[in-house]
Design a protein around this ligand. Structure first.
Ligand code: ADP
Length: 224
């Protein structure tokens, strides 16, 4: 595999898509070929699965169905989008991946971590992130940001099925992310989401430059 697989993880409202967008702009300036994508979704089939997962009226979705749907969306995403882009030597910027399933379904829903990992291993064809930017933020702050983000555009904005879960669930998810970080310090760069957008991005871009330069798997494209 010639490309670089970069994921962004953390709770809703932490700033993942903001930072992913800034890194995308940087890659564009540097003329580094890349794609940006997200989960759940990232493909037509994945977007259909996403709407089932996030629809607030699907309150009776079982926990096991939830894990399997995320993994199904991911399997399609890996095979249709991520793997081909990596094989073409591109940088793949992806908003959420397997860590999110371990945090939200494993830790958040108290499902067996072993099972969640196993189901996901089956889905991802051995494709795993080279580097992960994990943004940490207390759940109530993330929720506040989500609400203010949607207000101007959509007066009747309703939180999605996952966002609607109570703060205790989101606290378990946050602790789950911390445990994932502790177990994967080599791969994960942990960032404090309460810093300013520009300060967080400074950390990310410096880390990325270093990581990109030292990564032997990517063609030796010069960056500044
Ligand atoms: P996520 O993708 O993690 O759900 P977003 O990037 O969409 O989060 O950010 C959610 C909201 O919070 C947006 O309105 C965004 O402008 C704002 N935001 C993002 N990062 C920060 C930050 N570091 N400080 C303050 N507000 C932020």
């Amino acid at each position: 595999m010639k490309g670089l697989f970069i994921t962004f993880e953390g709770p809703d409202g932490a700033g993942k898509s903001t930072q992913l967008g800034k890194l995308a702009e940087y890659l564009e300036e540097q003329k580094i070929p890349f794609i940006r994508t997200r989960e759940p979704g990232g493909t037509d089939i994945g977007d259909m699965i996403r709407s089932i997962l996030l629809d607030p009226s699907n309150g009776n979705l079982t926990h096991k169905t939830e894990v399997l749907l995320y993994a199904a969306s991911r399997a399609q995403h890996v095979q249709e989008v991520i793997q081909p882009a990596l094989e073409a030597g591109k940088v793949v910027l992806c908003d959420r991946f397997v860590d999110a399933s371990i945090a939200y379904q494993g830790y958040g829903l108290d499902l067996s971590l072993e099972s969640v990992k196993l189901i996901n291993e089956f889905a991802i064809n051995g494709i795993s992130p080279d580097r992960t930017y994990m943004i940490d933020l207390p759940p109530d702050e993330g929720r506040q940001r989500m609400k203010s983000r949607h207000k101007p555009k959509q007066v009747d904005y309703e939180l999605d099925r996952i966002e609607q879960k109570n703060l205790m669930y989101h606290q378990k998810v946050r602790e789950g992310f911390h445990k994932i970080y502790e177990e994967n310090k080599q791969r994960i760069c942990l960032l404090d989401g309460s810093q300013s957008i520009d300060d967080i991005f400074q950390h990310i871009v410096q880390d990325f430059q270093h990581f990109y330069k030292t990564s032997t798997s990517v063609s030796n494209h010069e960056i500044m």
